[in-house]
Design a binder for this molecule. Sequence first.
Ligand SMILES: N[C@@H](CCC(=O)N[C@@H](CS)C(=O)NCC(=O)O)C(=O)O
Length: 87
Amino acid sequence: MNSNAYQLYASPRSPFARRIRLALRRLELPLTETFLDVFVDNPEFWKQNPIGTLPTLITPDAGTLSDSSHLLEYLHEKTGKIWPKTF
Ligand SMILES: N[C@@H](CCC(=O)N[C@@H](CS)C(=O)NCC(=O)O)C(=O)O
């Protein structure tokens, strides 16, 4: 995997994951996505995020992050393009 790439673990129907997927696409950041079913045990994923919630984003510079609000804050700090400037 490209070391500058983001790896997103997501649930396909999750609105929490959807807003992160939209943000990453609009920011045109290099991305690989892995879709999981939260109703099935995912021991490999749990090694990345023992809390086990989706979405989880593995970043090139800030390790493994979870919680969609936290992820949007991270992406805004990185790009300045998530929230309106007058917000
Ligand atoms: N506050 C979290 C909520 C995430 C969440 O609840 N995700 C669900 C899937 S839609 C999940 O991971 N459920 C599995 C679990 O709680 O073990 C966020 O905004 O990311």
